[in-house]
Design a protein. Sequence first.
Lengths: 341, 353
Amino acid sequence: MLGNDNYYLGADVGSVSTNLVLLSEKNEVALTLYLRTQGRPMQTIQEGIKVLRSKIGKSAKIIGVGTTGSARQLAATLLGADVIKNEITAHAVAASRVNPSVQTILEIGGQDSKIIILRDGVVSDFAMNTVCAAGTGSFLDQQAARLGIPIEEFGHLALEAASPVKIAGRCSVFAESDMIHKQQLGHALPDILAGLCQAMVRNYLNNVGKNKDIRGPIFFQGGVAANPGIRKAFEEELGQPIIVPEHFGVMGALGAAYLAQEKVGRQSELRTRFRGLQLGDIQFNARSFECSGCANRCEVVEILQEGSILARWGDRCGKWANAVGKGTYKGKSQEGEQQGA
Amino acid sequence: MKIGFPRALFYFDYFPFWAGFFYHLGIEVETSPPTHRQIMEDGLKKTSDETCLPLKLLAGHIQALKDVDAIFLPRMVSMEENTYNCPKFLGIPESLLSAVPPEIPVLSAVINWRKGQRQVLKDLRVLGMQLGKSGAEIHRAFLEGHEWQQHYQDSRGRKWDFEEKMREIEYVTRQTQKIKPENFSMQVSENHQNCQKDLKITLIGHSYLVQECYANLNLLQRLREHAEVNLIQHVEREDVEAHLSGLRKKLFWSHAKQIYGAGNKFVEDPTIDGIIYLTCFGCGTDSMVQELLAQKVRKHHKPYMVITLDEHTGEAGLVTRLEAFLDMVERRKVREGYVSAYGECLDSHSNTL
């Protein structure tokens, strides 16, 4: 159980995981939550808030909220966020707060991978994977499942390799068939796993890390940083030590919390837009419809809170999105109990 | 007679010529509507999966042309000496015949400036015969088209808005009394988004991607909300030529030439804060030119990002990259206030400071 402090909440809602971080006013990470999104971001956020509520003191307060990740808009609507930022900026902010001298961030998440180059704490260059998700966490997940080993043990097994086999790394489909061939020839599992780690790292550095000036200190974050096999492969390939920060899995959320702190902290009179910890118990629904206003037939998504519309998006012209504030919703959110203990 | 003109691919660069040409001949031209979802979906169904997005869109636009007597699909081989259009332009109309509704005939014409004006006129006369027009009429129509195209190209500039310009041309083609290009009256709107913004971003890419706001998920407009946007299409031909030096071999693709030459100009321009290269999946010429330009950009340590378009309709990926890029450019700009970006101890293999 945590104390009754004031906290900043950071939420990173990605394709694979939903992470929540509570940052105290003293810049201490009070709580981190790592949940699987499992294709249901709204429920997962609510679940996370419920867990959060059960863990913090009754008079603890959330004084700022930041969201990031591919579902940052959705999360922001649900939570009432003060700041919404893209993942690149969030990751960079978190890393440079943890270690102001960091110059390179390698980040591999569930569906995407990115490299961020920082100089003097400022993002100077970045790249994200393009059309294909080869070499991201989901692929490792899938391969671990195919080989029948828990993903947590993947990396440790890879470290036991005596002589890693060579695996084609350009495409995950090729990699998979190559792995099967090697496995059928009788190579040991650790050797195959280590080979896969090397292939992934090679692929990452060739695609995402192409033409980037990778200098130390290098941070490795994102869910895949939990895998020591990948970490070792990076160290071998780059010839430099790789630092995995303490909260590697939730760095995006941590960055969002820092950004919320920056935003709210700067303007002391600014009150957070957080919708309260009771939101775990509120009924939220999402539904979508096809607008027939023009030939674009946009897929409009509506987020409903107990029947009333909270937000809409997906329309190109903005007529649905803009209609929300003018209708039923406005005013309600700010009036509601700030902290339902 | 009413001719259907698809609003895709060659439309974006050469429509003024054809509009003037048919206008002179008294043939009504109907353009397909701006791309919408149905057009995209129809296009995807009627083309080979191997081809590029712009060609798929063209196939969609062909199907969107209803109530026309013929669909016009010119084979634009070459627009000036020593250059070619992309091979996919050369394969038109044959490569797209499967997308044409069976009851509508296809009209085509070859435009090949590599062999000079005489050949162009000769090829146009073939079209003229199909249309029942005399050689002299075709010649005059050619001159009028040429004038329209020239007027259009001369008017490209900073405050110029592509869609407005095209609306103007389409408007004139519907008028019965003759109007000369210099009297095309629609004013260029002064309040255009391109005013007073701190950031200056250059958007590089083929006209049919940059101006295709449905397929590029409104990228140009999104950028203009945050920055002053420069386009390579606005760069004068002489300027383009002047920035082509340094290549060991001449670029013979016309779009590639424009992109590389104009792109180079912006790379060297210290007032430009960042460059975004918009390309589409599977573009052959871009695969070369993008890399050539990226090498230049790295030497100048400018923020640079490539966005690859395909059939995406989800905006999240684009928005994330765009936001991150603008964040970066903004923060770098602040920092470069006191650290020179062009100073020493820089690594020329990276566009990092």
